[in-house]
Design a protein around this ligand. Structure first.
Ligand code: THU
Length: 131
């Protein structure tokens, strides 16, 4: 799967975003190493703190289905911007993903995007190897 297809999946995921409080809709598409794509959206809550980001929704769906190794995630937000994952989501990524090889695609539009490694967005990460 190429990067534009993964971005398209993130746009599809965003359609299910439940964000009545922030009106900030986010979609994510997580590519597992076996080629499976797991979609995630942000899911807000009237009590605010139970809110789950799109990225973590995608990761938790994937891990709960047995996936453990991942190559990339595409993220798209609305309004249009390069939406970077929050610190909590970066830490979840560090649990399962190789810092140097996992790619994080920030899609401002379906064709305008930036790509970072997890290491670039989470330097000096605390990982399972740290224990
Ligand atoms: N949000 C995400 O889903 N992913 C991000 O990378 C940033 C923030 C969500 C959480 C909340 O529902 C809304 O965006 C505003 O913070």
């Amino acid at each position: 799967m190429d990067v534009l297809e993964l971005i398209e999946e993130a746009y599809e995921a965003k359609k299910n975003s439940y964000a009545p409080y922030s009106n900030f809709h986010v979609g994510a598409a997580l590519l597992a190493e076996d080629g499976t794509v797991y979609r995630g959206c942000n899911i807000e809550n009237a009590a605010y703190s139970p809110t789950n980001c799109a990225e973590r929704t995608a990761f938790f769906k994937a891990v709960s289905e047995g996936a453990r190794t991942f190559s990339a995630i595409a993220i798209t937000g609305d309004p249009k911007a390069y939406v970077a994952p929050c610190g909590v989501c970066r830490q979840v990524m560090a649990e399962f993903c190789d810092l140097k090889n996992f790619r994080i695609v920030l899609a401002k539009t379906k064709t305008d995007y930036q790509v970072y490694t997890l290491e670039e967005l989470l330097p000096k990460a605390f990982t399972p190897e740290s224990l």
